[in-house]
Design a protein around this ligand. Structure first.
Ligand code: AMP
Ligand code: ZN
Ligand code: FE
Ligand code: FE
Length: 279
């Protein structure tokens, strides 16, 4: 029986591997289903299609959308959507702008702590793709403000260190609606990172289709709890390694933290139903 990884990043967001290389690595790890879920971008997914065909890997459309709920940033995974939907493209363009604005605010905050980095330096580090804090961390390392990605986050970039920076991301409710209108399904990414079961329950109440039960941040008990929660609420179970290939702590779990193919079949059934209803 094969295995799937439904949470990975490429150079189209803050990952280190280009899409074709990621597909090759996935084949080397004997993955049979892969989803590229870049932050607020589907470009990596689109440009991985030919490599996926070449390596005989089934590539599911994916994206990790950054949303806001009660001033907290919540990551929502979207899968199996129709990538041609205009509404989706428009929303992702707005997200890109929101990322830039947020990065300006972050640079302003850390400039008061003696860190002198321009938005142009961060954009260049991101290779003109969607900017994110890991790109900023990479510039901080190059300019010798910090020694590592982890140090950059602990001292300067973690959400609780930055405080409320009012990012202008899409709301959770709008995001769930957007994904449904794009004939895809939504899943709450790495719920343990939220640190509150109450918040997870509130978010489920907003109409999510699934929960990412399998993720390297989850210990065995977390995994059991989230699977039970998904089953109790009749939600899909998704999972993946959140591989970035940039030295992030989860990287060694690529090919190890995987989702079994029977879960993938359930996901695809719901996606098919959504598409049938839309016709
Ligand atoms: P952003 O898109 O700017 O919100 O940055 C999010 C990315 O930063 C995610 O892919 C995380 O993996 C990474 N990240 C978040 N917290 C940390 C941390 N404490 N250490 C290293 N990377 C982190
Ligand atoms: Zn990331
Ligand atoms: Fe995430
Ligand atoms: Fe991720």
């Amino acid at each position: 029986m094969g295995k799937a990884d439904l949470h990975t990043h490429t150079t189209y967001s803050d990952g280190a591997c280009n899409p074709a290389h990621l597909v090759k690595l996935a084949a080397e790890k004997s993955l049979s289903v892969l989803s590229i879920t870049d932050h607020d971008s589907i470009e990596g997914y689109l440009s991985a299609k030919s490599a996926a065909e070449e390596y005989g890997i089934e590539l599911l459309p994916g994206v990790e959308i950054t949303t806001v709920y009660k001033q907290k940033e919540i990551h929502i995974l979207a899968y199996c959507f129709d990538p041609g939907k205009n509404e989706l493209h428009t929303a992702l363009k707005m997200q890109r702008k929101a990322r830039l604005k947020r990065m300006f605010r972050i640079l302003n905050i850390i400039s008061k702590k003696g860190i002198d980095i321009s938005i142009e330096e961060v954009i260049a580090e991101a290779g003109n793709m969607n900017v994110g804090r890991p790109h900023l961390a990479a510039v901080m390392i190059k300019k010798r403000y910090v020694h590592s990605l982890q140090e950059a986050f602990i001292r300067y970039l973690a959400s609780d260190v930055l405080g409320d920076i009012h990012p202008e991301y899409i709301s959770v409710q709008e995001c769930i609606e957007l994904i449904k209108n794009s004939c895809g399904f939504s899943s709450l990414a790495h719920p343990s990172v939220l640190g509150s079961n109450e918040l997870v329950s509130e978010l489920i109440g907003l109409g999510l289709d699934g929960i990412e039960c399998i993720h390297p941040s989850h210990n065995f008990d977390d995994q059991k709890t989230f699977i039970a929660l998904a089953k109790a609420n009749n939600l899909l179970i998704t999972g993946g390694s959140d591989f970035h290939g940039n030295g992030k702590a989860y990287d060694p779990y690529f090919g190890i933290v995987t989702l079994s193919l029977d879960h993938v079949q359930s996901l695809k059934r719901l996606a098919r139903r959504r598409k049938e209803i839309a016709i």
